[in-house]
Design a protein around this ligand. Sequence first.
Ligand SMILES: [Ca+2]
Ligand SMILES: [Ca+2]
Length: 286
Amino acid sequence: MRLDILPAGLWLLLALPAMAQTPEKLPLPHGPGQQSFQFGTASVTIAMPAPDAAGPILITAASPGTRPVTLSLDHYPDIHEFPPSVSMVEMDATNATPEIFISRFSGGAHCCAVVQILDLVAGQWRIVEGGSWNGSEIIPEDADGDGEQEIVHGDDRFLYRYSCYACAGTPVRIFKLVQGALADVTASPLYRPRDERDLPNFQQGCANHDNGACAAYVAVATRLGRRDEAWRFMLDHYDRKSDWGLKDCALRDDRGNCLADIRYKSYPDALAGFLQQIDSAGPGLP
Ligand SMILES: [Ca+2]
Ligand SMILES: [Ca+2]
């Protein structure tokens, strides 16, 4: 971004030492009560209920001349729960305020870091639902060196899909916050170097007949414009004896019951179907 075309408000933001290029984690109030933080023109207030009291954790973002927003997080007395991680981040370049990034572990063996972001869009603070991600916490990072933080995380849709949890790595996914929406920018040429770095590992796993690694290998090679060679390599190396991932579901009801079973004849058929599906999904777990 050229400095001479910055919106006027952004000068203030750039001038503040608090606008570091790493997320700044905010301390939660000790015990019941509230605490406020100021970042340039934006403020965030965190209100914690007493541990034994019913009532939500409230996180409010505000700035002069805008409509504030309050995020309400569940809190139940006398039940073990995980506190939210609240950070000031710079993710959305289309406003002159920082964003407030909230990541909270839901508990459970492999699930989930639940993400919400408070973002100022057209004069109103909004709550952006940032999805549920495998792992205990999401910490945004600057994946492309532009000073804005992105969500950078393995593609959870590959987990368990064709092999065991710890077997194959997952391709990376990158989401950028733009005017209150998280955009999947993974395919941008900016992130090619990451894919090029990851590709040999996935190829090696595929060479070892790990169908999960073959899936990651084909997906990443496709982004790099090398699908045909990766597909041939997969056909030569995939585990023909494994039936992991050959069943799928095209449609589920509200309770998660499958209404339309899919049974693939082979792993390559299943993989082709999966790679078509994953283009259109939102952030986080499927
Ligand atoms: Ca911003
Ligand atoms: Ca960035």
